[in-house]
Design a protein around this ligand. Structure first.
Ligand SMILES: NC(=O)c1ccc[n+]([C@@H]2O[C@H](COP(=O)([O-])OP(=O)(O)OC[C@H]3O[C@@H](n4cnc5c(N)ncnc54)[C@H](OP(=O)(O)O)[C@@H]3O)[C@@H](O)[C@H]2O)c1
Length: 261
């Protein structure tokens, strides 16, 4: 097992969400402090008011993923970022929130180079992907292109499995064989990826299958392949998005923040 520097404090974008709040707990379990960005800091404060933080801290930054300046403020003294954000269904904000958080974060980071761990979704590479998933895929592609150390986790269906399905399993290739995943496994995978070098430059699907809880995350990540350097898509993704058919905004962002600069 090889560690990158274990972060002291991680910024969670989406930390008040159903997965994000478990990420905050998983960070504390690993002796890491958490900072959350929320549009409603008072709600966020109430959410964690009774959480035992031990010798660590949870601090809340008010801000909006559509406003890079607020993200920049929240980045002060953090050594990694985890994104578990998502716009509400049918909100029409998939471009501005699910995708938009990535260029906003890259703008806020400027020249700061820290690991970025992104929660995406299974199914983003399928030819019949719904609009939300295509915007999530575009966010993945911009992150891969950014040159930052990254890990992309694509969870299955949240908490849709049985009590026996406790073993976290990583897969690649975004097959149509869907499955479920425990939210706690998603949170643990995202946190492990902030400090395990085996997780670097990986794009993995995550499921919970029958069996005991996974103990060796380093080995699990190590048994997957890293993405090809400079590639926009994950290592085993079977489809691509042709750049000449992509919206102007995507090309502009790839020039501004990505490998096309
Ligand atoms: N359901 C599934 O089975 C499944 C499977 C794979 C992937 N996913 C994806 O997982 C994602 C998140 O899931 P979840 O259940 O954790 O979400 P959730 O409970 O709805 O939480 C969404 C989070 O995003 C944040 N957010 C939204 N818009 C924001 C903005 N403009 N600025 C700042 N923060 C913003 C919210 O923060 P505040 O409200 O505090 O600002 C909140 O913390 C969704 O996008 C979904 O597509 C779902």
């Amino acid at each position: 097992m090889s560690f990158m520097m274990k972060p002291d404090r991680v910024l969670v974008l989406g930390g008040t969400g159903s997965v994000g709040r478990l990420v905050v707990q998983a960070l504390l379990n690993h002796d890491i402090s958490a900072r959350l960005l929320s549009r409603d800091p008072r709600k966020a404060k109430r959410m964690f008011a009774t959480t035992d933080t031990g010798s660590n801290t949870i601090d809340i930054a008010g801000g909006d993923l559509m406003n890079p300046a607020t993200i920049a403020d929240a980045l002060d003294h953090v050594n990694a970022v985890i994104l578990t954000h998502g716009a509400p269904h049918n909100s029409g904000e998939y471009e501005s929130v699910d995708y938009g958080a990535i260029p906003a974060l890259l703008e806020a980071l400027g020249k700061k180079t820290i690991p970025v761990v992104l929660m995406s979704s299974i199914g983003v590479t399928h030819n019949d992907a719904i609009e939300l998933l295509t915007w999530k895929r575009r966010g993945e592609r911009l992150l891969r292109s950014s040159g930052l150390p990254y890990t992309i986790i694509r969870p299955g269906w949240f908490d849709a499995g049985t009590a026996e399905e406790q073993h976290a399993e990583l897969r690649q290739g975004d097959s149509t064989e869907y499955g479920s995943v425990r939210r706690v496994d998603v949170a643990e995978a995202l946190v492990q990826a902030t400090f395990l070098s085996e997780a670097l430059y990986r794009t993995v699907e995550l499921f919970s299958v029958e069996g005991p809880p996974l103990e060796d995350w380093a080995e699990a990540f190590n048994s997957t392949a890293p993405d090809a350097a400079g590639a926009l898509d994950g290592i085993n993704d079977k489809t691509t998005l042709q750049l000449d058919r992509e919206p102007h905004r995507i090309i502009d962002d790839l020039y501004k923040f990505g490998s096309m600069k």
